[in-house]
Design a protein around this ligand. Structure first.
Ligand code: ZN
Length: 434
């Protein structure tokens, strides 16, 4: 008996320390969070009040930040609004069928509430899996039904969550509004600032933003927190509850193996044993460039992926995205082309912000900043990597530049924009919804 207890404790320790099950070959490293950012932030909204559609979604769309809407399926009156939100990149997830307190109902009823909400959501929104569940009143329920149906569950302990959570079914969130401790922009930003050092995940649990429901949070205070995040997108990854959970589980499971290395290309396999129908989010990897390579770009299954060349520890590395099991990644050498100014190590680097809004129709804004004057080239490519527009080219003064893109003449779908400036090449994804 004594031995069994010791083993159980060892297993718990292994789970809590987030031990990896996949293998990442040297010299590759994986970001704790997407884009090697230092913290993840998720805004969740519960109980589908009308102001989520009238106020919350337009505000988040303006910044290009996705949210998670935890819907009580029996309370939904307008599925088309939720379908539209899902198509824009927001997550529609489960908050049970009837919003019972799981402490007051039996096992069979708990299982029905956990399973049936998922079935209803996936029937109403068939092109996206429903992968997460938030417990009504933050009271947990039947664990095996949770694990059979979801990759993550949300409680509300009021603390930041670890990047290696001890229990994916009991992820912490922080209640906002007049019933919680977070009411002002300053309250929001100080908790997020505190998450950076420990590379933590901040999950906000918000109800209404007007007087229509429990614990209202002022929309202008939320907007202030979004403005804070908009100017710190290299530090904070704002993503849905489901996508952060996907990233955590993929980070633990992914295998990265280099299968070929030549003078101009390197081939890498990025795989895992997780269900590809659910785990389709890119992880971010880094690899030092071979001696003498001035630049590089990356593609997966022949399509360009988000990538940039950065200075790490005095040398150059390529940082790129890859979806596990979505085909070989090829890193291709590039010469320093027509871009003039080279940033010295330790100097601020040219960078582009994620376009906003994103997804968009038909107009969006791309912002990039140059620490010093020089040549900059911004191109728009379609999903096959073909250049469809040159958005900026030639000499640019130091500072922040904004480019408006009107895509009314282009078909809907996935596009990429690439910034070539100084010593960096950066590629980002944008989605045109038509
Ligand atoms: Zn609720």
């Amino acid at each position: 008996m004594k031995r069994k207890i010791v083993l159980t404790a060892a297993l718990l320790l292994a789970a809590a320390s987030g031990l990896r099950s996949g293998t990442i070959d040297a010299p590759y490293t994986i970001g704790t969070w997407h884009g090697f950012r230092l913290s993840a932030v998720t805004y969740t909204f519960d109980d589908n009040t009308p102001d989520h559609f009238q106020t919350v979604l337009p505000m988040f769309n303006e910044f290009g930040f996705p949210v998670t809407l935890f819907a009580v399926t029996d309370w939904v009156t307008d599925w088309s609004a939720l379908r539209a939100a899902s198509a824009q990149g927001h997550e529609v997830a489960s908050h049970s069928v009837t919003h019972p307190n799981f402490g007051n109902i039996g096992k069979a009823q708990q299982i029905a509430e956990i399973q049936n909400s998922k079935t209803v959501i996936e029937t109403q929104i068939p092109d996206r899996k429903c992968v997460t569940h938030a417990y009504p009143y933050c009271v947990t329920g039947n664990d095996s039904a949770m694990r059979a149906n979801y990759i993550a569950g949300r409680i509300c302990s009021g603390s930041n969550e670890s990047s290696n959570p001890a229990n994916m079914m009991w992820l912490s969130s922080i209640v906002t509004g007049d019933q919680g401790s977070v009411r002002t922009t300053a309250n929001f930003t100080s908790r997020m600032k505190g998450a950076v050092k420990g590379k933590q995940w901040v999950v906000w649990l918000t109800h209404c933003v007007d007087g229509s429901g429990w614990s209202p949070t002022s929309p202008s205070e939320i907007r202030g927190s979004l403005e804070y995040l908009h100017t710190r997108q290299d530090t904070f990854w704002v993503a849905t509850f489901g996508n952060v959970a996907r990233y955590i589980l993929e980070r633990k499971a992914v295998n990265v193996h280099e299968t070929a290395s030549g003078d101009t290309t390197i081939t890498v396999q990025v795989t895992d044993t997780l269900d590809n129908a659910v785990f389709d989010h890119p992880v971010t990897l880094r690899r030092p460039l071979p001696e003498g390579w001035p630049f590089a770009v990356a593609s997966q299954a022949g399509v360009p992926v988000e990538s940039k060349v950065i200075d790490v520890d005095g040398g150059k590395s390529i940082q790129f995205d890859a979806v596990p099991d979505a085909g070989d990644v090829v890193i291709s050498r590039r010469e320093s082309a027509a871009v003039g100014v080279r940033a010295n190590p330790g100097q601020p680097m040219p960078r582009s912000c994620q376009n906003y809004p994103n997804p968009f129709n038909p107009a969006t804004t791309i912002e990039f900043s140059l620490p010093r004057s020089g040549n900059a080239e911004l191109t728009l490519m379609d999903a096959t990597g073909r250049t469809v527009a040159r958005l900026a080219d030639g000499f640019h003064e130091a500072g922040t530049h904004r480019v408006s893109l009107d895509a009314s003449g282009l078909p809907g779908g996935v596009y990429f924009y690439r910034l070539n400036a100084g010593s960096i090449t950066e590629t980002k994804k944008l989605v045109l919804v038509k």
